[in-house]
Design a protein around this ligand. Structure first.
Ligand code: GLN
Length: 548
């Protein structure tokens, strides 16, 4: 029988419920328990796949092809487990199921209502992963307590607290304890109000995690405990951390895991085994070198748009004991005139995934620079497609080459809509999604990187390399080094002879975790380090002669 921990949030959004949930899960996992996390989102979209990054940050794709919330990325990066469609549920999906059932006649004769029909469906889904053999299922409830949309979820938690044995269910409430500069004080009132709001909805938190800029004094803890009706040990300080990867250790110091285990009456557990995690943190904190990597995209002003890529850099940097300084470069503002200036201080270049026309030409100009200057290049999805277009235009001499996504009338559609996509009209959940196999050419860079002939990676795209041009590309020196064995779809392109030039149709960033950093990112950062060293040697000939 699984036990359930619910994580709710109060006062404001962006307090880091996902990180707190993932950190708690990490600690429980490190104590030998099997844990999974799921997220319930209160919006009406069936999934976040149709939301743009301004609305919702990155869309995270799971192995089974679900388009999900980016918090699932944190869960996977912290726990090194795979999540699935079942780990992310929205109001839209709940209503869709209930309405479909109503049409089928499942409720014949009855009025279908939020309570009990919607809440029953929420509860059914909340318990679904509990049947998969996990000891603990953590459920993060999106949104903030008090939002109209969150009410059915809070109500479902209230009902579950009654239905499940008392020791099988626990509620953690994350709240903000702001510091008022003028008063020189931490303020507990927003927390009191938010817990009161929860209580009005019939849910009483067992543990209160307080996001704060300053340490909580014993007095403040006592006050929160008193007003919020919890034990003082259940008031947890979550101070701002220099990196999200510190948070599990901070939560361990606050004994968040121990308090949960006690309340859930779990007695079989070990001391936390976190040696790999600590080793990673150590390398992260004390890098021996530094590289500057240009990240080219059209959403670079948004913190969350390229979340998994940024985290994969952190993982790969730690392996290389190298600080990865990410230089955000807006693709819309790259021109042939300013590209030298924008790229000259970089040690590597990553062209990001994306959709639509905006910023495309800037990406192509940046790829050209990387190709011509031997600058390590890594293109992901749209980034790979841009590398193909650049090569077609500037090496194959197909000056109007393009993707039919941007120019449906191009005379040279080197990137074209996949056959299976041609009849698709619906936008939600209809791309080529999730994990597919790729076979690697044994003599390729890709094979050296992965060290095996077959890999699986996750996808999210509609367009692909047009195989009608494959021979021309191969003859001209761009090699398709990875292909899907069934569809022969090109998954990887590279340019042999260039120090590091690789484009992938899939999304490797989605599979990089603290304990399993992604090999392409690891090799990319290594190539950046080597590039930086070569650059330094040219600047400093003395060093060069020493190196020889
Ligand atoms: N827009 C491109 C396609 O659909 C690339 C998608 C992506 O970068 N995820 O094929």
């Amino acid at each position: 029988m699984a036990k359930y921990i619910f994580v709710t949030g109060g006062v404001t959004s962006s307090l880091g419920k996902g990180i707190i949930s993932a950190s708690l899960a990490k600690l429980l996992q490190a104590r030998g328990l099997s844990v999974t996390i799921q997220k319930f989102d209160p919006y009406i979209n069936v999934d976040p796949g149709t939301l743009n990054p301004y609305e919702h940050g990155e869309c995270y794709v799971t192995e089974d092809g679900a388009e999900t919330d980016l918090d699932l990325g944190h869960y996977e990066r912290f726990l090194s487990i795979f999540t699935t469609q079942a780990n992310n549920v929205t109001t839209g999906r709940i209503y869709q199921t209930v309405i479909n059932k109503e049409r089928e006649g499942a409720y014949l004769g009855k009025t279908v209502q939020v309570i009990p029909h919607i809440t029953d469906e929420i509860k059914r889904r909340m318990k679904l992963l509990g049947n998969e053999g996990y000891d603990i299922v953590i459920t993060e409830i999106g949104g903030t307590v008090g939002d109209i949309e969150s009410l059915p979820f809070i109500e479902a938690v209230r009902q579950l607290q009654w239905e499940l044995p008392e020791e099988d269910c626990l509620v953690v409430h994350l709240t903000l304890v702001p510091y008022l500069k003028a008063a020189k004080e931490l303020k507990t009132k927003p927390t009191q109000h938010s817990v009161k709001l929860m209580s009005e909805n019939g849910v009483h938190p067992d543990i209160i995690v307080c996001r704060t800029e300053r340490p909580l004094s014993p007095e403040i803890r006592r006050k929160i405990a008193l007003f919020c009706n919890v034990k003082q040990e259940a008031v947890i300080e979550a101070a701002d951390a220099p990196t999200i990867y510190e948070v599990p250790l901070a939560m361990m110091r606050e004994k968040l895991d121990v308090i949960c285990l006690k309340k859930l009456n779990i007695t079989q557990y070990r001391e936390p085994e976190l040696s790999a995690w600590k080793e990673f943190l150590d390398k992260l904190k004390y890098p021996k070198s530094k590289v500057s990597v240009g990240l080219i995209g059209k959403y670079i002003e948004l913190q969350d748009a390229y979340k998994s890529i940024l985290e994969a850099f952190v993982h790969a940097g730690a392996v290389n004991e190298c600080k990865v300084e990410v230089v955000n470069i807006h693709s819309e503002f790259i021109t042939a005139e300013n590209v030298d200036e924008k790229m000259s201080n970089l040690d590597a270049l990553l062209v990001a995934p994306g959709f639509g026309h905006r910023g495309i030409e800037g990406k192509i100009i940046a790829v050209k620079y990387a190709r011509e200057h031997g600058l390590p290049f890594f293109g992901i999805c749209l980034g790979m497609q841009m590398a193909v277009i650049e090569y077609a235009r500037n090496i194959l001499g197909l000056h109007d080459a393009h993707s039919t996504e941007m120019n449906p009338d191009t005379p040279h559609p080197v990137i074209d809509l996949m056959e299976a996509q041609k009849q698709v009209t619906d936008k939600g959940g209809t791309m080529r999604l999730g994990s597919y196999m790729c076979e690697l050419d044994p003599s390729s860079l890709a094979h050296t990187i992965y060290g095996k002939p077959r890999i699986t990676e996750r996808h999210r795209h509609r367009w692909e390399f047009n195989n009608a041009y494959l021979e021309a590309f191969e003859k001209a020196g761009m090699h398709a080094s990875g292909k899907n064995p069934e569809s022969t779809l090109v998954e990887i392109i590279e340019i042999p002879g260039h120090p590091f030039f690789i484009g992938v149709q899939y999304h490797p960033e989605l599979k990089s975790t603290v304990e399993n950093p992604h090999p392409v990112f690891v090799h990319f950062i290594r190539a950046a380090k080597e590039y930086a060293e070569r650059k330094e040697a040219v600047k400093n000939p003395l060093l060069q002669s020493e190196m020889i």
